[in-house]
Design a protein around this ligand. Structure first.
Ligand SMILES: Cc1cc2nc3c(=O)[nH]c(=O)nc-3n(C[C@H](O)[C@H](O)[C@H](O)COP(=O)(O)O)c2cc1C
Length: 207
């Protein structure tokens, strides 16, 4: 059993999404000792830019045209990132809210690995998922809260969670579970973070 643990906070030991994910992983590891955890920290991976080389590689990869050396080196990097998704039996993603969305490095990873015939198929009309991952857990954290001072049209977690949920299902995750922690940077922080960790530990029991 292999679990892909995607880290998208750059804050290391100060990060709430990392500490809640780690509480989950510790509990899950105790319940499932055979689990192998592959941590993919989007800030440490030196992800290639999704620039003209990456786009050239993407299009030539589909049409099977020869790539130049810059495209090829990006393509090899993309293939090794995709492999980590293909090898996963479970996925955990920690997602800090940044400006009502998710950190741009997480989107960079998504753009790099979302390749036709690697994570999804497309026959000209319909898309199909390639992964066969029964479950993923996404941990969303934010400094504030939907209920206080957020403004009438604030999307709360909806904007980020709808997209991440859709994308995981699009590539082949059957069931996407989520855990949300708010108020991480205000006075309620210590309490909500402890509650988040306790919920994470409880969720590890049947993952
Ligand atoms: C660039 C940036 C943008 C942020 N934008 C929001 C936001 O829109 N809403 C919110 O509630 N908190 C926002 N925060 C606060 C973070 O969501 C909060 O600190 C959270 O704990 C970050 O996750 P982490 O602890 O795993 O790094 C922002 C923080 C940063 C650094």
């Amino acid at each position: 059993m292999r679990l892909l643990n995607i880290v998208s906070s750059p804050r290391g030991a100060k990060s709430v999404s990392i500490s809640v994910a780690n509480a989950f992983l510790d509990a899950y590891g105790k319940a499932t000792p055979s689990i192998e955890i592959d941590t993919l920290n989007v800030w440490d991976e030196n992800l290639p830019d999704f620039d003209s080389h990456a786009i050239g590689a993407k299009y030539k990869g589909v049409s099977k045209e020869p790539m130049d050396s810059a495209e090829l080196s990006t393509w090899i990097r993309i293939q090794s990132l995709v492999k980590r998704f293909q090898q996963a039996d479970r996925i955990v993603v920690g997602v800090p809210m940044w400006n009502f969305g998710y950190p741009y490095k997480l989107k960079q990873l998504i753009d790099l690995v979302s390749q036709r015939n690697m994570l999804f198929t497309f026959d000209g009309e319909r898309y199909g998922p390639i992964l066969k991952v029964p479950r993923a857990l996404v941990i969303y954290v934010r400094g504030q809260s939907h209920d206080r001072g957020a403004g009438i049209s604030s999307p709360g977690f909806k904007h980020q969670a709808d997209y991440i949920d859709f994308w995981l299902k699009f590539i082949g995750v059957d069931e996407v579970r989520s855990l949300m922690v708010e108020h991480t940077w205000d006075g309620k922080g210590p309490e909500t973070i402890e509650q988040g960790k306790a919920r994470a530990i409880a969720m590890a029991a049947d993952f």
